[in-house]
Design a protein around this ligand. Structure first.
Ligand SMILES: *[C@@H]1O[C@H](CO)[C@@H](O)[C@H](O)[C@H]1NC(C)=O
Length: 213
């Protein structure tokens, strides 16, 4: 219930009708390839930058990265980090407003995939983790990586380019936030669920959906 309350507060009830729009048209020139359940083979994300003042170069989901930092620096306090930086990050985000985002994102269900819905509260937690690193999140050529995954709820970054890319981790999180705002649906007891995909004109996209982690 705590997460449901958080999400309600974050997105408000006005987001609901958007999710009922159903099948949205694909952005021109981009396609969703879903031979498997993801557009591309799944690789491992690289994360380069700083977390809580510690310089890092690590691989894995953002949860894996936080766990590795905690292991190397036992005094690392993810909770304190997330709280302390909240205001600063909000300001940063204004500077990250997505000029290249193709909006709105696509909300499930849409043509070519059968993804299941993720817990919006868990996705929001992943976004908070991404918001509180100063780092680049890397994905190889024509592949997808799990950016965040917890409690069967995942954020993926998929790269359509023939070369690797390293967008800002917080910026990738902002796509997941967009999808929560645009796609969230609530069950009868007020728990939020999210599932969708948002593209960028730089030929990558972010997927939010259920996953086994
Ligand atoms: C992370 O992955 C990169 C290439 O994907 C590899 O070169 C590097 O050794 C890996 N680093 C760690 C710490 O596993």
């Amino acid at each position: 219930m705590m997460f449901a309350t958080t999400i309600m507060a974050l997105v408000g009830l006005s987001a609901l009708p958007m999710a009922l729009a159903g099948v949205a048209p694909l952005p021109k020139g981009l396609s969703v390839r879903t031979e498997a359940s993801l557009p591309y083979p799944l690789g491992v994300m690289t994360v380069t930058g700083t977390v809580g003042g510690h310089e890092i170069q690590l691989n894995g989901t953002i949860q894996d990265v936080y766990a590795q930092v905690k292991k190397a620096h036992p005094d690392f306090d993810a909770g304190a980090l997330v709280n302390a930086h909240k205001l600063a990050i909000r300001e940063d985000e204004d500077g990250l407003v997505g000029r290249n985002k193709i909006q709105p994102g696509l909300c499930c269900p849409f043509a070519g995939q059968n993804w299941n819905w993720a817990d919006a509260g868990r996705i929001q937690e992943g976004v908070q983790y991404l918001d509180h690193v100063q780092a680049l999140c890397g994905v190889g050529p024509r592949s997808c990586v799990r950016v965040s995954c917890s409690w069967r709820s995942a954020i993926y970054l998929c790269n359509d380019n023939d070369y690797g890319i390293t967008p800002n981790c917080g910026y990738i999180g902002s796509y997941a936030s967009d999808l929560i705002n645009q796609c969230v649906l609530y069950n009868p007891i007020g728990q939020g669920y999210v599932c969708g995909q948002e593209f960028d004109t730089d030929r990558y996209n972010v997927i939010v959906r259920e996953d086994s982690c």
